[in-house]
Design a protein around this ligand. Sequence first.
Ligand SMILES: Cc1cc2nc3c(=O)[nH]c(=O)nc-3n(C[C@H](O)[C@H](O)[C@H](O)COP(=O)(O)OP(=O)(O)OC[C@H]3O[C@@H](n4cnc5c(N)ncnc54)[C@H](O)[C@@H]3O)c2cc1C
Length: 380
Amino acid sequence: MDFSFTPDQEALRSHVRALLDEVCPPEYAERCDREARPPREAYDALARQGWFGLIVPEEYGGAGGSAIELAILLEETGRHFEELAMWLFRTLTYGGYAVLRDGSKAQKETLLPKLLRGELSFCFGLTEPHSGSDAAALATRATRKGDGFVISGQKVFTSGMDISDYCLLVTRTTPGEKKQQGITNFLVDTKSPGIEIRKIETLGQRAIGTTQVFYNDVEVPGSAVLGEVDRGWEAVDSYLWYERLCLSAARTGAAMAAFDYALAYAKERKQFGRRIGEFQAISHKLADMKAMLDVAQMLVYRFAWLMTQGRATRHDAAVLKLTTGETYKAVSDMGLQILGGYGYCMEYPMQRFFRDSRLAVIGGGTSEIQRNIIARGLGL
Ligand SMILES: Cc1cc2nc3c(=O)[nH]c(=O)nc-3n(C[C@H](O)[C@H](O)[C@H](O)COP(=O)(O)OP(=O)(O)OC[C@H]3O[C@@H](n4cnc5c(N)ncnc54)[C@H](O)[C@@H]3O)c2cc1C
């Protein structure tokens, strides 16, 4: 058993960290959050340095990296700015991984080179007003018309739809005996006529945020189908596992940034003539935060390694998502407490971690749903 990173993986981490230190310092992340402005400059800088090609095989011009390198990239990006990591992960998952897994030759040849150059970004439309945790109960219809399809329905919480070129859209093409049957995935051009986007005001994730999307008889060509017609659910399941790794790596990075800030503050801030970190009530909080982060980080790389071995299970993905999401939420909450009244002020960054981390136990499958998956595996 070897828990160490290779010299190449260490170099990858220091390269991406150096770039992000330069293009995505804390003030930049804070400004994007405050102004509800996507971190476009940092996203473009990642593209210019070739990071969008990390998981793309060499035959398509990428670096052919594994899930471990992907986790390093997202952890570092999350450490600088979680929403930048979210934007990056959506494109890498729904444009990179999904197209590599299920795309036709033509889709790969058209989309991957542009993705590598950072010219395309992708988002994911699964959740609907009446199907959230029960995601497979979706009702958005795609009906055949000539060589193509007409899509009608409504999605909610499609994050980044307004800044994406394509949405990986999950639709129902045929009513099946089981809700997981008759599902087809499309890569829909977000500028297609008939698409209406409404921004949703949220507590956190304010730089990119999320949207409600109306599909009013949107016509798409047959070439927009990703994978097989009527057999899309298995692919969605696989995308969601990949998403769980990406989210967990990014959020663990963000939780580390919250921890670093709280630790530095505890070493600096004095009350009753002593640094507050000398009070056991504060030092034990920091010790708990650090222990939780060690566990979260270990789970991220264990899961990434299991993926490289083709051995990751539904249980592993649920344990990972549950632990890293709850860790981010707890660390940000304790971090805010360590800052006292300043933690509650918008001028200090801790409130952003506190707001953003609240989504970690909801988005991408709630903590309750992860516990259900784990419990089912126990025969309960
Ligand atoms: C900011 C934001 C961004 C998002 N981004 C995206 C995105 O890009 N693409 C996308 O497709 N979706 C996205 N989502 C949707 C997200 O994945 C869903 O919100 C989430 O899966 C929960 O669904 P719901 O909100 O409908 O809650 P519900 O499913 O209605 O759940 C409500 C409550 O009931 C609990 N619950 C439900 N069923 C059970 C059960 N069987 N057992 C125990 N408890 C249960 C839940 O855990 C929760 O506490 C996003 C959501 C938000 C808020």
